[in-house]
Design a protein around this ligand. Structure first.
Ligand code: HEM
Ligand SMILES: *[C@@H]1O[C@H](CO)[C@@H](O)[C@H](O)[C@H]1NC(C)=O
Ligand SMILES: *[C@@H]1O[C@H](CO)[C@@H](O)[C@H](O)[C@H]1NC(C)=O
Ligand SMILES: *[C@@H]1O[C@H](CO)[C@@H](O)[C@H](O)[C@H]1NC(C)=O
Length: 486
């Protein structure tokens, strides 16, 4: 009897022990539980502390099993550079799991795997964004135009307080919409509401533990997922915008990103296996809107939180702005070269904001090595950007908000290598140019005209961010005063 019970148990145990072992020379990590992997060793609400513990125990490159699939977490500048820059193409894939396949239909660019479609679309977007004036006048005008709307909102609150969350969110969304669709949408427009709602529900899931659960637990896949539905809504909305563009466009005279893409489709219509299609375009436009909205508005929110709570830094910026803009009616992006302090503050805000803490997950495209460990093709890679942005040894004051991190002894602006809020390598944020222009122009224009004060009745400021795919400050209010123009 003992044998009939023990033998199967032994076989079972040996079998699972074998199944649940890391490949040879794979980065170390906690013991794997069958089926669930290491999910039980993480708290889904705030896994941050668990990760810190694991890093201490296993080093800068360690592994976790999320369900049955391994993920390698990369910490610190040295390992990050080796993966994203030195071995760029080895690490430039995106996990093509079921969740991604099911929701994106393998289209778009953010979650597209490393390959010809991603490459061509990325190149096209970089070129198009440049033609719309990144580095030229017209993109600046679009941003400054939207900043006027922010100022109109702020003017209504002079002497009182307002919560800036929606205001910044609407503004970032509108700037992308102008680039994509050639128009700003009324803040109450149905189209924008549908897009925003869909993405707040849906896309946050794609990079998080829920997508992994979806992939590891087949039973939840057949549940009717609410976010699938809202995704469909967006596509329907988008198709009507596209139809309108097709009706009104003049080929060769693009008004916006959509027109450029349609022109590109015309140009390529002769090619076999054409990579450019309307389905691609619809995913792409949504990708860009999603990637450019929360990130930028959360960074702006962080900026004003720190400017309000560090009035000396705010005043120092204002002095510099007044000096450089003396006699001019508006700022331009080139003014940044004469504003080292403002530049330092904005970069320090980005460092502290840490808006995309774990970047977007990567995936190895071939068998490769990292810091001496072997990593097979198809392994999920989680770049911990926080670990670089706060790394001791890389910054004058790694844990404290301090613009000196970006200033040398002469007061010139310097950018340390560890500044990578946009990630690094071939997958690096495609909207960096646009985002930096937005952050600079909006911050400078608002600081020139208004003084931002932490309300007396608001209690102590709480700087702990709300954890998610993008980090955002806790909701706060700001008190607005008009400055005397200098
Ligand atoms: C402060 C604002 C922003 C931050 C902090 C930010 C950060 C990032 C990060 C960390 C990634 C992942 C890179 C990687 O996988 O290694 C990324 C990717 C991306 N971002 Fe941004 N981003 C910002 C604004 C924007 C804007 C305004 C746009 C749109 C024009 C944009 C479009 C994209 C796209 C399309 C990707 C995917 C690139 C690819 O997979 O090839 N981002 N961003
Ligand atoms: C997702 O789609 C890609 C591309 O067609 C395919 O190679 C991959 O096997 C799919 N992944 C899953 C988990 O279905
Ligand atoms: C932002 O847009 C939403 C609707 O999408 C609207 O309800 C809200 O009033 C707008 N807020 C500001 C401050 O512009
Ligand atoms: C990323 O790095 C930060 C800072 O070192 C750490 O607190 C956090 O737990 C790390 N996250 C992961 C997933 O390793």
């Amino acid at each position: 009897m003992l044998v009939t019970i023990l033998l199967p148990l032994c076989v079972f145990f040996i079998f699972f022990n074998f199944m649940c072992r890391r490949p040879k020379n794979f980065p170390p990590g906690p013991t794997i539980v069958p089926v669930l992997g290491n999910i039980l060793s993480l708290s889904l609400e705030n896994p941050l502390q668990d990760f810190e513990r694991l890093r201490k125990a296993y080093g800068n490159v360690y592994s976790l099993y999320l369900g049955p699939r391994p993920a390698v977490i990369v910490n610190g500048l040295q390992a990050m550079k080796e993966a994203l820059v030195t071995k760029a193409s080895d690490f430039a894939g995106r996990p093509q799991d079921l969740y991604v396949n099911d929701t994106t239909d393998r289209k778009g660019v953010i979650l597209a795997d490393y390959g010809p479609s991603w490459k061509e679309h990325r190149r096209f977007a970089l070129m198009t964004l440049r033609n719309f004036g990144l580095g030229k006048q017209s993109m600046e005008e679009r941003i400054l135009g939207e900043t006027e709307f922010i100022m109109n909102t702020l003017e209504k609150y002079i002497g009182s307080t307002l919560s800036p969350q929606l205001m910044f969110h609407n503004a970032s969304s509108n700037i992308i919409c102008q680039v994509l669709f050639g128009k700003r949408y009324d803040y109450n427009d149905e189209f924008i509401k549908v897009i925003v709602q869909c993405f707040t529900e849906n896309a946050k899931l794609a990079n998080g533990p829920w997508a992994m659960l979806y992939d590891s637990l087949p039973m939840i896949r057949c549940l009717p997922l609410p976010f699938m539905k809202s995704f469909e809504n967006v596509k329907v909305c988008f198709m009507s915008v596209l139809a309108e563009h097709k009706r009104t466009r003049v080929p060769g005279e693009p008004r916006d990103f959509l027109d450029c893409y349609l022109d590109e489709m015309d140009k390529r219509s002769g090619d076999d296996g054409c990579l450019f299609s309307e389905q691609q375009l619809s995913m792409y436009a949504l990708d860009l809107h999603f990637a450019g909205t929360d990130t930028t508005s959360n960074t702006l929110l962080t900026a004003f939180l720190y400017l309000m709570t560090h009035p000396d830094i705010q005043e120092h910026c204002q002095q510099e702005i007044d000096e450089v803009l003396k006699g001019k009616d508006k700022a331009c992006f080139d003014d940044r070269n004469n504003m080292p302090y403002v530049q330092a503050v904005i970069h320090e805000v980005q460092r502290i904001a840490n808006t995309v803490p774990l970047s977007v997950f990567h995936c190895t495209t071939k068998n490769t090595e990292l810091m001496g460990y072997s990593i097979p093709k198809g392994t999920m890679i989680i770049p911990n950007l926080t670990s670089v942005l706060h790394e001791e040894g890389q910054w004058k004051s790694p844990h404290k908000f301090n613009p000196e991190n970006f200033l040398n002894d002469q007061g010139d602006f310097v950018k340390p290598e560890a500044f990578m809020p946009f990630s690094a390598g071939p997958r690096m944020c495609l909207g960096e140019g646009l985002a930096r222009m937005e952050l600079f122009l909006i911050t400078v224009t608002l600081l020139r005209k208004f003084k931002f004060i932490w309300p007396e009745d608001a209690g102590e400021p709480d700087f702990t961010p709300v954890y998610g795919v993008t980090l955002t400050p806790k909701p706060y209010r700001m008190k607005i005063q008009l400055r005397a123009m200098h």
